[in-house]
Design a protein around this ligand. Structure first.
Ligand code: GLC
Length: 535
């Protein structure tokens, strides 16, 4: 949940905790069981709150710690758990530690909490390594006294030095601070990046796309073995706070090679790790089939549960991605186009079909706010309103992630379609009116009602038995059967396919009869087969 864009309770154009509290009923009726909320800590919001200046204070634009406590209590009253975002890789440059570091002399212990180094070349005028920031440009910025500090992301997000025991104990204390306030767990930001190779080797290829290059092996800062010891320390704390029926959990944002993901899921490490393979997959049956089979097998082998993600606050919304020709680099397409390649209607239809696949799978399916409304990427935001540091940091060569962060439409009218009483921090397109929650409520053909029905069936029939069996099917189809006997069929081709005879349709993404049209999915039940008893 991108709190800044969900609901604005005080009319300042920015979403906030009280806005979210006022919409808990909507979330309950949608049928979800937990909320992961993006960072809500005090922050100059240079990277939407992933630049934290105080981990124990709520950003004033979002509310107060008392509001946060009230939200946790209200969410629990609705039977919804609340997971918060932990940002341990870097702080904001406005964090007291970084301010102290920049005021200290070279060599001072206050500098050891970050990666601050002498440069190379004449007078140290070259950065210590050739690493580039994930957002574009060099990963090092020079301080006034000539030393350089490392930032894998924006220059306002200096990387912490996790070799320093003070950093470790500070984060353990932050975990306890929020566990004491009742949060149910943590989503850990850049979980694979905390440890750097302290010999600081240059990279052969220092190009990084946003979080896409993180799957390279032998990398100087992604997925180094040292991260696991840190995680085990956090897990011990979570266990200490867990009670039967009220377990505390953590889920990793680890963009690592599929075969390395299991390392994060060992019994004394993360409970879950996001699997981004479906998100990264083309609209292609063999690819999706093998991702599903692989993720389920891997989760079983480490005693974890699979996770599924189609969209989040960092990527182009899938209703738009699925409307682009296969092979399009959607990050670059935002700026470079050609924009008439987009078939928005097809994208919307496929997003409906994908919803039933996402929600038909075992384990945890993470829905990004607005996907349940079928929101498209607002790819045509004028560059003057862009807020994501990617735009500046990349020298205006990448448009960034604002298009998936446009505030939600709640009503068909009003200055911000019901987001708040006084406009919204990013402009919403007129098409948001028809997609508003109010407009879709009660309309059986809407995306919102599809999600509601799917979640209701999922909660009733699909969660008590987590097993899955992939069904042999035609090359353009992904089909699987869940432990309860419900089958999920997704036709990724353009031509209709025949469904099993005797199948009854529980739910479908488009009106269907005996055949499953192209770009459509359905949940089916089949009569139980009885073995006839011997005479
Ligand atoms: C994660 C967040 C992203 C943020 C980055 C740096 O990938 O999801 O939004 O910009 O980390 O904190």
């Amino acid at each position: 949940m991108y709190v800044r864009s969900f609901a604005d309770g005080n009319g300042d154009g920015t979403g906030d905790i009280n806005g979210l509290r006022s919409r808990l009923r909507y979330l309950k009726e949608l049928g979800i069981d937990a909320i992961w909320i993006n960072p809500w800590y005090k922050s100059p919001l240079h990277d939407g709150g992933y630049d934290v200046s105080d981990y124990r204070v709520i950003e004033p634009r979002y509310g107060t710690v008392a509001d946060a406590e009230a939200l946790i209590a209200d969410a629990h009253d609705h039977g919804i758990r609340l997971i918060i975002d932990l940002v341990p890789n870097h702080t904001s440059s406005e964090h007291a530690w970084f301010v102290e570091a920049t005021q200290a002399q070279p060599g001072d212990p206050a500098r050891q909490r970050y990666h601050i180094r002498k440069g190379r070349g004449v007078n140290g005028s070259e950065p210590p390594t050739n690493w580039t920031s994930v957002f574009g440009g060099p990963a090092w910025t020079r301080l006034d006294d000539g030393e350089w500090y490392l930032h894998l992301f924006d220059h306002t997000q200096p990387d912490l030095n996790w070799e320093n025991p003070e950093v470790r104990s500070e984060f353990e204390s932050v975990l306890r601070f929020w566990l004491d306030r009742g949060v149910d767990g943590f989503r850990v930001d850049v979980a694979h990046g905390l440890v750097k190779d302290m010999s600081f080797p240059d990279m052969d290829n220092s190009d990084q796309e946003i979080l896409a290059g993180a799957t390279q092996v032998d990398h100087p800062f992604w997925d180094l073995d040292g991260v696991h010891e840190i995680i085990r320390g956090w897990r011990t704390i979570l266990e200490e706070y867990s009670l039967p029926g009220a377990e505390r959990m953590m889920v990793a944002e680890a963009w690592v090679a599929a075969e390395r993901l299991g390392n994060y899921l060992r019994p004394d490490e993360y409970h879950q790790s996001f699997n981004f393979d479906l998100l990264s997959s083309e609209w292609d049956a063999p690819s999706m089939r093998s991702i599903i089979a692989g993720a389920c097998a891997q989760a079983t082998s480490v005693g974890s549960t699979p996770t599924w993600v189609l969209s989040n606050h960092d990527v182009v919304r899938h209703a738009t991605r699925y409307g682009l020709p296969s092979g399009t680099n959607w990050r670059r397409w935002l700026l470079e186009g050609p924009h008439d390649l987009l078939d928005a209607e097809l994208g919307h239809r496929r997003a409906r079909a994908a919803a039933l696949t996402l929600l038909g799978l075992p384990g945890s399916s993470y829905i990004y706010q607005g996907d349940e409304l079928g929101l498209p990427e607002v790819w045509d935001l004028p560059v003057e309103v862009l807020d994501d540091p990617v735009w500046e940091q990349s020298g205006h060569t990448r448009k960034g992630r604002d298009g998936c962060r446009v505030p939600l439409p709640w009503t068909p009218d009003g200055t911000s379609f019901g987001f708040g009483s006084n406009g919204s921090w990013l402009p919403q397109p007129p098409s948001f009116s028809a997609l508003s929650a109010q407009n879709q409520t009660g309309n059986d053909a809407s995306m919102l009602e599809l999600y509601r029905r799917a979640l209701s069936i999922r909660n009733e029939h699909l969660t008590m038995d987590e097993s899955i069996r992939i069904i042999d099917s035609e090359p353009t189809v992904v089909a699987f059967e869940r432990g309860s006997g419900v089958q999920c069929w997704l036709n990724l081709g353009d031509d209709p396919i025949r469904l099993p005879t005797n199948a009854s349709v529980l739910l479908a993404s488009e009106p269907i009869d005996k055949e499953l049209p192209g770009n459509t999915s359905a949940w089916l039940t089949l009569p139980k087969t009885h073995t006839s008893s011997p005479r």
